[in-house]
Design a protein around this ligand. Structure first.
Ligand code: PHB
Length: 395
């Protein structure tokens, strides 16, 4: 009897423990990001973005549900490393959702694994159009380069006759080149020269010299956001392109918000098309900037990468809430296709159910001084743009 009583007690105890663990559900989220090497500042901006979201929105998780982040560093563009990390996160850590990823080559290497493992993968940055076609388990919360460069090409064709294209020699650079060229030439503009710049340790001066020698009305450029943006701006200034009347334009990567203080007045007048400016005055962005500065200091600025991280985390919280803390991969993807946020810091956003890419406003911006500081000031809105690369393929 005594023995049976003990067994009973143990069973009751075990059942209670199970009930407790079931209600204190922990969702494992893998993050592959860039924390080391020359692009570490980009990973830091993403890290700060999703952590700020989590700190501010803990109440949006169902009661008893916790998130455990499993964070890994792929360094820069390093597909082999990214693939190995994703494999480990899937097999060993048994993550239920994967997120992060600054660089396209890394996202491309991870994509097939997410299909094999049925692992929802919410991209925070990597912006080459083709990525989302490589696995039905990918949804993207950042942008595509086509989304900014194709309408920018059209806009520029109404202002300028000739353009020179200088882009980083990797996939998002190639997309930027193709998007701008198509928009600009469809509008009647002429491309007078093109150059592709190595991604690692570039010296921008010889490339900008070639651009100057071609005597275009405008130089269009894409380089990865971060320090390279300041370096190319300096080369443009040092060679006197601005003084020679040659305009500098590109996607927002070339005037990324956090680098503006390092660029100085050289950046004044640079025109870009992008989905996010830290200087935007819509209330959701003002609240976001205030929270950011409170957390990270008055001198710190978020960038479009931080907002990609913020919005991806909002979607992760949404799919967790809708499933009451139990992640089913196919249900997660069905839910994310319905995801909308009328109030992102960047404006209204939605996931396109047909492509799992983001639909968002693109803003024409000019670098101006606001309150003594350089800022990307929005002056025209292209509402609710879908990825043009995918739209054009339908035609
Ligand atoms: C990318 O690899 O897709 C990428 C990297 C840096 C950027 C934009 C896109 O600024």
């Amino acid at each position: 009897m005594r023995f049976a009583g003990l067994v009973n007690k143990l069973l009751v105890g075990a059942a209670l423990l199970c009930a407790a663990t079931a209600s204190a559900q922990t969702i494992k989220i893998g993050v592959i990001n860039t924390y080391s090497g020359p692009f570490a500042t980009l990973g830091d901006l993403i890290d700060k973005g999703f952590k700020l979201y989590m700190k501010q929105n803990a109440a949006k998780l169902p009661p008893g549900v916790k998130i455990e982040l499993v964070i890994r560093d792929a360094g820069g563009p390093n597909p082999d490393k990214a693939k190995q990390l994703a494999q480990e996160l899937i097999v060993r850590d048994k993550i239920q959702i994967l997120t992060g990823v600054v660089f396209t080559p890394n996202a491309m290497a991870i994509a097939p694994l997410t299909q094999e493992a049925k692992l929802p993968f919410f991209i925070m940055n990597a912006g080459t159009s083709v990525i989302t076609t490589r696995s039905p388990y990918i949804a993207r919360f950042s942008f595509t380069l086509w989304q900014s460069t194709y309408p920018l090409g059209a806009w520029a064709s109404r202002k300028y006759k000739t353009a020179y294209i200088a882009v980083s020699d990797f996939a998002p650079g190639h997309d930027s080149e193709a998007g701008f060229e198509r928009g600009f030439t469809e509008g009647g503009g002429k491309i007078v020269g093109k150059v592709r710049i190595p991604l690692a340790n570039p010296d921008f001066v010889p490339f900008m010299q070639r651009a100057k020698d071609a005597r275009p009305d405008v130089v269009f450029s894409f380089i990865p956001a971060g320090r390279q943006a300041t370096q190319i701006m300096k080369a443009y200034g040092d060679l006197g392109l601005g003084k020679a009347g040659v305009k500098f334009i590109g996607p927002g990567d070339i005037t990324t918000d956090e680098e503006l203080p390092n660029m100085g007045d050289l950046a004044l007048g640079v025109i870009t098309m992008h989905h996010y400016s830290a200087a935007a005055t819509r209330p959701a962005n003002k609240a976001f900037i205030a929270a950011w500065k409170k957390e990270y200091g008055e001198k710190s600025w978020p960038s479009f990468m931080s907002v990609g991280a913020w919005d991806a985390m909002d979607a992760i919280y949404y799919v967790i809430r809708e499933q009451k803390g139990r992640i089913d991969p196919d249900r997660t993807m069905a839910l994310v296709k319905q995801y909308k946020n009328p109030n992102s810091p960047r404006g209204p956003i939605a996931i396109d159910p047909a492509t799992r890419d983001i639909i968002q406003n693109e803003y024409m911006r000019e670098v101006r001084k606001v309150g003594g500081q350089l800022a990307n000031v929005e002056f025209e809105t292209f509402a609710q743009v879908k990825d043009p690369w995918k739209e054009l393929q339908k035609k």
